[in-house]
Design a protein around this ligand. Structure first.
Ligand code: PLP
Length: 432
């Protein structure tokens, strides 16, 4: 048997930090990363044969759990037909139909391969449509790793304690204005000064990359109103929330119910069912600015890949109301147990939750966590011991306090029971 340590040693020789995405290196929690070799339902198994209840869900795609039979069959069938054609094929439109069926504002869709590509393309499109250059983003919101969006980007950037990224030029950074989340006055001030140059405001439907932060009542609607007033576009980044939570996403409380819709959406994660697919979507007159109907260029060798489309179609076809009810219920059970365990151990914290997405922020009860400054001010040192106590008890959490916990429809009573059993010990570890 090759141990996790041996695999990590080899990986570090060959890849920067031994990883292909920074948070996997366990930098903020310490210790040796687990090298997973199999995933099934709510479980992951590492190279040493240890099984864990998975609360990362491949960072979001695994809404139905790992290896859902219908998804696996659809992928096998697609593979049997060929890995890719480099042409149009029928299942692209099928996935687009499924997205539009739930997101009426997404009249037209362009498939891409990653969330980064979706937001990057949405921004280029917004600039092309408005003929303006400035983009406004919120501190702590992560929209992937394209240059202009890395300012105050939460997630892995926060985990590493970086202000942004080296390699982003001043020219690029100067076209991004960062505003504190939930701060209407700050957004008003930015529009008062730069209104005629702002192409778009991009926001997570509910931020979940600085831990989860709840949008204050009406905040998303305010973004809609102020962008409309100044002729800028609103880009609603639903890479994380789309087709996962019903409360904050467009097809939940913040959009249809309140009677407004953004100009552009970005999706990823769940719509790819675990394979590399993401998308941007929006009204026809905006989307038709994309090549080949319009002058804003976007292309992709693997865009709309048939195997990835098959995984996405099967996932969305099985993402029924029952799935969401199950995931919401189990998330509530785990969140309640987490709060109870931390309370019992005397650990000051805030439980941040929107729908089934939640995270914990230590030492923040005095302020709550309404923005990135609050999230960064938390007692991050408590998460390492908490994480490792959970890992030792067979529960795999996100290896960063700034990431949300993901449940799935495969998390049954046995899996939830293992999480609940592990929490009291982990809470005591966090108390030290
Ligand atoms: N937007 C949001 C809200 C995300 O959470 C992420 C990734 O976590 C992205 C964009 C980038 O997606 P990807 O990692 O597929 O490039």
């Amino acid at each position: 048997m090759t141990t996790n340590q041996e695999l990590f040693d080899t990986a570090r020789e060959l890849m920067p930090g031994g990883v292909n995405s920074p948070v996997r290196a366990f930098g903020s929690v310490g210790g040796t990363p687990t090298f997973m070799v199999a995933a099934d339902g709510p479980y992951l198994t590492d190279a040493e044969g240890t099984q864990y209840v998975d609360l990362v869900g491949s960072w979001g795609p695994a809404l139905l759990g790992h290896k859902h039979p219908a998804v696996i069959k659809a992928v096998h069938d697609a593979v049997d037909a060929g890995l890719g054609f480099g042409t149009s094929h029928p299942s692209e439109a099928r996935l687009a139909e499924l997205v539009r069926g739930r997101v009426p504002g997404g009249q037209m869709i362009r498939m891409v391969s990653t969330g980064t590509e979706a937001t990057m393309t949405a921004i280029r499109l917004a600039r092309g449509v408005t003929d303006r250059n400035i983009v406004v983003k919120f501190a702590g919101c992560y929209h992937g790793h394209s240059d202009g969006l890395l300012a105050a980007a939460g997630s892995g950037v926060a985990t590493l304690g970086l202000p942004g990224s080296a390699g982003v030029t001043e020219a690029q950074a100067s076209e991004t204005i960062v505003v504190e989340y939930n701060d209407r006055a700050a957004l008003e001030a930015v529009f008062a000064e730069h209104g005629e140059r702002i192409a778009a405001v991009i926001t997570e439907a509910t931020p979940a990359n600085m831990g989860v932060v709840v949008p204050e009542e009406g905040f998303n609607a305010f973004i809609r109103e102020i962008t409309q007033r100044h002729g800028a576009l609103m880009i609603f980044d639903e890479v994380m929330t789309g087709f996962r939570i019903t409360e904050a996403g467009y097809w939940g409380a913040s959009g249809r119910v309140e009677g407004w819709e953004p100009d552009l959406f970005t999706f990823g994660k769940v719509i790819g069912g675990g394979l590399p697919t993401a998308a941007l979507a929006g009204r026809r007159e905006i989307m038709e600015h994309l090549a080949p109907t319009g002058p804003v260029y976007h292309a992709g060798t693997l865009s709309g890949n048939p195997v990835a489309m098959a995984a996405g179609v099967a996932t969305l076809e099985h993402a029924t109301a029952g799935v969401y009810a199950h995931v919401d219920e189990k998330a509530q059970i785990v969140a309640d147990a987490l709060t109870a365990a931390l309370d019992a151990a005397g650990v000051d914290h805030t439980l941040q939750k929107v729908g089934s997405l939640f995270s914990v922020a230590f030492g923040t009860s005095a302020t709550g966590v309404h923005n990135y400054a609050h999230a960064q001010a938390q007692e991050t040192f408590r998460y390492g011991p908490f994480f490792h106590a959970m890992l030792d008890a067979g529960v795999y959490l996100p290896p960063s306090v700034f990431e949300a916990w993901f449940l799935s429809s495969a998390h049954d009573d046995a899996a939830i029971g293992r999480i609940l059993d592990a929490l009291p010990g982990a809470a005591k570890a966090a108390a030290q």
